[in-house]
Design a protein around this ligand. Structure first.
Ligand code: BTN
Length: 325
């Protein structure tokens, strides 16, 4: 059996034993290798960050695993039928969105590209997205058959999915238009939607989602840290990112199915319920102008409605939003 398979099997045996020691003899018999080989693999696993306790009398116990997403475990626990059928997992990438865009033409809908860290993570409006270890940096390839003008709806749908996943675990998440997820006013997730379209019809959408799951806030640059939080920071301990990812992909699939099968008004209602923006005074910068006023709603097309001081209504499909209250 290849080295990696042996290491995976040892981890799986120790996980299943749930803290009961397993002897080198027993592991060796299961894998058809000697006790000395088992010991060699255990030492290699320790180097990779697995905390394996050993006692000559009782055997090995797995105390903790490194904080890495486990793609194999993900497939075992994933409850989706489309999203995550194909997961491309990398230790490091320039940007998951860039890789997803490269593979999108030949990839099937629902493919997920995931990296433990990104060297060149991209945010909206050409900003840098700091992608340190402990976060979930992923891009989802979708191929909805929708006109290009409906693209912003997909971003709203993704925001709902992220906010719901966080709320299901007791984190009080709200959405800031168009696509930031905040907890107590601090950013926990950003979404970057990119598209390829022809003759006004969407070819594929790359939905880039960055979530500060177990990110250690001191690892973030000062100006980013000031306005950021993480799940670990909110609940007081790191969480299992593989289980969180499985819940997120499930919620994304539920929302995507609803988007394709139900009236958008239903989604608008839920978005408004989760919104941090509606009712606030905002300054929205679009590529052509700055609009100041009160955010009062979302249209059927997914645009933000802002009422300016002259009571003039502006429908904004894309832009950068700041609060002015
Ligand atoms: C923003 O709020 O500015 C959007 C941030 C989006 C970050 C994610 S991380 C995964 C994916 N890959 C990227 O390069 N960016 C997105």
């Amino acid at each position: 059996m290849p080295v990696n398979d042996n290491k995976k099997s040892i981890i799986s045996i120790l996980r299943k034993s749930e803290g009961t020691p397993v002897s080198g003899q027993e592991i060796g018999e299961k894998l058809g290798i000697t006790r000395a080989m088992v010991w060699k693999y255990i030492k290699a696993l320790r180097k990779e960050g697995y905390d394996v306790r050993s006692s000559p009398k009782t055997g090995y116990i797995l105390d903790s695993c490194p904080d890495k997403v486990d793609p194999e475990m993900l497939q075992n626990i994933l409850k989706t039928s489309l999203i995550g059928n194909d997961v491309r997992y990398y230790s490091e990438l320039e940007s998951t969105n860039s890789t997803a865009r490269e593979i999108a033409p030949s990839a099937s809908e629902g493919t997920v590209v995931l990296a433990e860290t990104q060297k060149n993570g991209r945010g909206r409006m050409g900003t840098e997205w700091q992608s340190v270890p402990g976060g979930l940096w992923l891009s989802l390839i979708l191929k909805p058959s929708i006109p290009l003008e409906n693209l912003s709806k997909v971003t709203l749908v993704a925001g709902i999915a992220v906010a719901n996943t966080l709320r299901n675990m007791g984190v009080d998440a709200h959405i800031k238009w168009p696509n930031d997820v905040l907890v107590k006013g601090k950013k926990i997730c950003g979404i970057l939607t990119e598209v390829s379209a022809e003759i006004g019809k969407v070819d594929y959408v790359v939905l880039g989602i960055g979530i500060n799951v177990n990110v250690k806030l001191p690892d973030l640059k000062d100006d980013i840290r000031r306005d950021s939080t993480s799940i670990a920071n909110e609940i007081g301990k790191p969480i299992d990112r593989t289980s969180f990812l499985a819940s997120l992909l499930y919620e994304l699939e539920q929302q995507y199915i609803r988007f394709k099968t139900r009236q958008f008004a239903e989604i608008v209602d839920e978005w408004i319920n989760l919104s941090d923006t509606i009712g606030r005074n905002v300054k929205v910068t679009t590529p052509i102008k700055l609009i100041e006023g009160k955010a009062v709603g979302i249209t059927e097309k997914g645009a933000l409605v802002v009422l300016d001081k002259n009571n003039k209504k502006h429908e904004i499909i894309a832009g950068n939003c700041r609060y002015s209250d």
